[in-house]
Design a protein around this ligand. Structure first.
Ligand code: SF4
Length: 372
């Protein structure tokens, strides 16, 4: 079984693999970048980020030399900014300790920031053909079906999955083997409606033999939490106030507009006034609702109400608070919610309209629409 399993898998992969930019290179650094990005989002979403990244930072040395703010800006929209920070830190170590060449030894690579078991296995197997197996969500679901494991797809299954994968891993082409499993998981053994008739592994698949492929893994109930927040757009003399988030925790070191969560029992204006007092120690004078928008994360949905705000007095710029011209926002890495707001305000669609805050503060803010 191990030989014919790998043979069927690799034959299918040779014929059906997608032509992706990171599959046209053997450069370990390029493969490493692609693997980190692919942990964030879908293949199609990664392609433009990967191409832009390799153009901006073609070598480990280019990435190591780049300022962190620029690196975070390049990453903007991919989420999980710690991964970009770790990539940047690890590039500096590889540049200074390994002459820019990612080591081939797993024990050395595991010491680099951002290299857990998955990243180590994927990068070393694809770049250097090291015989390491990897488990991502697609591989986990696929193997659970192959073995007919009736349970939820979570890390508790990984010991069984790893044991199976080590039995069927071929002595050569470990990188292709791993990519083939992920490719089949993504394209054939899909989460919903797996395409068993097209699957090169169906003769090895217990779930298929038992007709259980639609109910393995056991479905999980997704609990999506709703979060409501207010955002203040504070403009003065053609510049807008943004502030830097703390250097640790969620969305660390990114820049955003002032604002925060609405507390239970608070209305939006009160929440806005409280947040501005807490964050900037300023009093709200006048406020105008601009638009609402929604932003989705894995576990929660953020509903943001965006307001143009006039203040009784305006805070001065400091290291972590800046007054920025709209044309300079491109230099500041922002969480997706704030980036969407910048887009709505300053890059309106042709059907968009402009909105004024009031007579005294006559600078106009452009918005697309009041609807989300
Ligand atoms: S036969 Fe169906 S359930 Fe089994 S591995 Fe292939 S696609 Fe998945």
């Amino acid at each position: 079984m191990p030989r014919s399993f790998a043979l069927n898998l690799l034959t299918w992969y040779n014929k059906h693999k997608r032509d992706l930019p990171w599959r046209r290179t053997k450069d370990p650094y390029h493969i490493w970048v692609s693997e980190i990005m692919l942990q964030q989002t879908t293949v199609n979403a990664v392609i433009p980020y990967y191409q832009g990244w390799i153009k901006t930072y073609p070598t480990v040395f280019d990435l190591a030399r780049a300022p962190l703010q620029k690196v975070l800006k390049s990453w903007q929209g991919l989420g999980y900014y710690n991964r970009a920070k770790n990539l940047h830190k690890a590039a500096a170590i590889v540049a200074s300790n390994y002459q820019g060449q990612l080591p081939q030894e797993a024990h050395l690579v595991r010491h680099l920031p951002g290299f857990g078991p998955y990243t180590t296995g994927s990068v070393l197997s694809i770049a250097y053909d090291k015989p390491l197996v990897i488990i991502d969500a697609n591989v986990r679901r696929l193997v659970m079906r192959l073995l007919a494991v009736k349970a939820r797809a979570d890390t508790r299954q990984d010991k069984t999955i790893e044991h199976f994968l080590n039995k069927v891993l071929p002595s050569q082409r470990a990188g292709d083997f791993n990519q083939a499993l992920m490719e089949i998981g993504a394209l054939v053994c899909r989460h919903k409606e797996p395409l068993c008739s097209l699957c090169p592994l169906k003769k090895f698949c217990k779930a298929y033999a038992l007709g259980l492929q639609e109910i393995i893994p056991t479905p999980q109930k997704k609990i999506i939490q709703d979060i409501h927040g207010v955002i203040a757009i504070i403009e003065r003399q053609g510049k807008y106030l943004i502030q830097k988030r703390p250097s640790s925790g969620l969305l660390a070191d990114l820049w955003e507009f002032p604002g925060g969560k609405i507390k239970p029992g608070e209305n939006k204006t009160r929440a806005l006034a409280r947040e501005l007092k807490e964050e900037l120690n300023v009093e709200l004078k006048r406020v105008k609702h601009l638009f609402d928008l929604k932003h989705f994360y894995t576990q929660f949905r953020v509903n943001l109400s965006v307001f143009a705000c006039q203040l009784k007095s305006y805070p001065a710029a400091q290291t972590k608070k800046k007054w920025v011209k709209s044309s300079d926002f491109a230099q500041y890495p922002m969480p997706s919610g704030s980036a969407k707001i910048v887009d709505r305000l300053f890059n309106p669609s042709p059907s968009g309209f402009r909105m004024t805050l009031g007579a005294r503060n006559s600078k106009k803010l452009a918005t697309k629409s009041q609807k989300t």
